[in-house]
Ligand binder design. Sequence first.
Ligand code: ATP
Length: 198
Amino acid sequence: KKLIIGITGGIGSGKTAATNIFQQLGIDVVDADIVARDIVKVGSPVLDLIVKQFGKGIILADGSLNRAMLRQQIFSDNAQKLALNAIMHPAIRAELLAQLDAATSDYVLLSAPLLFENGLEKYVDKVIVVDVDESVQMRRASDRDGVEPSQIEAIINSQLSRHERKNKADFIIDNSGSLLMLNEQVKAAHIWAKNLII
Ligand code: ATP
């Protein structure tokens, strides 16, 4: 059976920066954020289900999903939020499992910011947490997204706490240093992961 390792971390912790390095080392990465985006692309069955639930008004002129409107609608209506989750979660899960199954590298990474929050933990054998303190998260994510640090802070507060996340980790990558230091830590994690196989 193939070894599946989850990789998680709060907003701006450096999951993408880390998984890019794993990919350079030849490791397949399944990204829950990318899957969540791709399954609602124009013409997809999941997008049809969303239109049935929210109406044609949720589609933009080019046929794509109006994410801003959808976000607004579920923000103010918990029943609609549950309905959306009931459409999205099984579809995301099925696609994640299909991609994990198709992976051919020595082990495969499942990258998900909300690995624990969304119950994806049960699909992985081990968990790597990419860790930085909240001030670094706020600085890097607000620089990247061009938004106020307070907006990032609100998202941090909606996610699992740093302490809880680290408690669930089998391996912690400390990304408080430079990208060069991240590279070294990913290499160490890669060696750790390969040793789990044999
Ligand atoms: P999200 O959950 O929001 O998608 P993420 O965990 O994938 O975030 P990244 O996008 O990888 O985080 O990193 C956040 C930002 O910080 C990016 O702009 C990235 O280039 C930068 N960054 C990541 N690691 C470092 C580092 N060690 N030094 C400097 N900048 C970094």
